[in-house]
Design a protein around this ligand. Structure first.
Ligand code: SF4
Ligand code: SF4
Length: 392
């Protein structure tokens, strides 16, 4: 979109401050430029030519987690996240601080197979290094099944339906067992599952760093591949992928995929309590962590909670459910702020002493595992798989 469009959008701001109400970075550092309103003011200055890029201005614009807590709060209807994406695109050439992150992200999304091979070779040095730096909570097991050269179809005997999987980079690379769990659950419920060839990154990590042109290319590739499939739904285990493909592709390339859905929305009417084993002898307590892109971006909060309760887990509630501070590359480029957000988030959970933390996002799992060291952090699909009765 033209810069004049964004300038017009920015000129709608009446500086009411409503967008700061739930902004996690403003909550942590209540100075104007670390909140939504202040960032927009900086971007207005930048777009109108009154401000020039500088390391401080760049840091303020890149210190947004893109959580979306400000989405829908603006009385004049400004799409704050889209404006911030645009601002980052404007700043990418002058933003030296994140240039290596851009190079790595761009390379790994354009050349995923080569990147995977390089990662496999260097993992024994790289992973311990990242763990020492506090960027990884555990040493991941890289999956040999990461890349697919042919269409994979997981068939069922009594077919109720057919769905596709958008695997997503984090799941593919660090949590391949979650994909297996999802396929197992789908098979138990009678759904044939298709994994098409050629899926690429959803593009969100590129947009986060301002690399819009490459995100557009990837979005078009995914749209071409997945829109040809004859399936009733496209499931993703990652809310960022889901939000990106469903709600952000229309703004990025003019078309999204309505069939893309998160697993809790898909399973909510298929998993009533009768589908689960009785766990009365071993009831576990848990807290559910809302991934920001699921809660704010897609408006989904009740469905995962209802499914967790249906499995027999004793779901505890906290007064506050905060952003965990992961936000992809944000946890690397804004490490201190990310750690402070994590600290507050986990402290809230520990007050109610759950036996485990359940979430629906692989990124949140990485982040929460860094702090909640003595508590298992599980994806909802693991909880479902564990409690689900075999096919009758
Ligand atoms: S997306 Fe989140 S961190 Fe960024 S300005 Fe909005 S509320 Fe604040
Ligand atoms: S809510 Fe909208 S109008 Fe109010 S300060 Fe934020 S961006 Fe401006």
């Amino acid at each position: 979109m033209e810069s004049s469009y964004y300038l017009k959008e920015l000129s709608k701001c009446v500086r009411c401050g409503s967008c700061k109400a739930f902004c996690p970075t403003y909550d942590e550092d209540p100075s104007e430029a670390t909140g939504a309103r202040g960032r927009l003011a900086l971007l207005w200055g930048l777009s109108s030519g009154q401000l020039k890029p500088s390391p401080i201005l760049n840091d303020r614009v890149f210190s947004c987690t893109l959580c979306g807590a400000c989405s829908g709060l603006c009385p004049t209807g400004i799409d704050i996240k889209e404006i911030i994406y645009h601002g980052r695109n404007l700043l990418k050439k002058t933003d030296k601080k994140r240039r290596y992150l851009r190079l790595i992200t761009s390379f790994s999304t354009r050349r995923p197979k080569l990147s995977f091979r390089l990662l496999s070779i260097t993992q024994h040095i790289l992973f311990p290094y990242l763990m020492r730096k506090g960027l990884l909570p555990f040493k991941p097991e890289l999956s040999e099944h990461h890349s697919k050269d042919s269409l994979q179809v997981y068939t069922v005997s009594k077919k109720k339906g057919r769905v596709a999987l958008f695997s997503g980079c984090t799941t593919n690379l660090l949590f391949p067992y979650l994909k297996e769990s999802l396929i197992n659950v789908l098979q138990t419920l009678g759904y044939e599952t298709v994994l098409p060839v050629g899926e690429v990154c959803c593009g969100a990590p590129l947009r986060t760093l301002g690399i819009e042109e490459e995100a557009i290319e990837l979005a078009k590739k995914n749209l071409g591949i997945f829109s040809r499939l004859n399936v009733e739904a496209i499931l993703s285990l990652c809310p960022t992928c889901t939000l990106s493909i469903k709600s952000e592709y229309p703004k990025l390339i003019g078309k999204g995929m309505d069939k893309v859905t998160d697993i809790s929305s898909f399973f909510i009417d298929k998993l009533d309590p009768s589908r689960f084993r009785s766990v009365s002898s071993d009831i576990k307590s848990a807290v559910y962590h809302d991934p920001c892109h699921l809660k704010y971006g897609l408006g989904i909060e009740k469905e995962p909670r209802e499914i967790i309760r249906n499995t027999g887990v004793n779901l505890l509630e906290t007064e506050e459910n905060r952003c965990c501070g992961f936000a992809g590359t944000f946890s690397i480029s804004n490490k201190d702020l990310s750690e402070k957000l994590l600290e507050k988030c986990v402290r809230e959970y520990m007050k109610i002493e759950p036996e485990m933390i359940i979430t629906t996002c692989p990124g949140c799992m990485i982040q929460l595992s860094k702090k909640a060291k003595n508590k298992p952090v599980l994806h909802l699909i693991e909880v479902i798989e564990e409690a689900l009765l075999p096919q009758s």
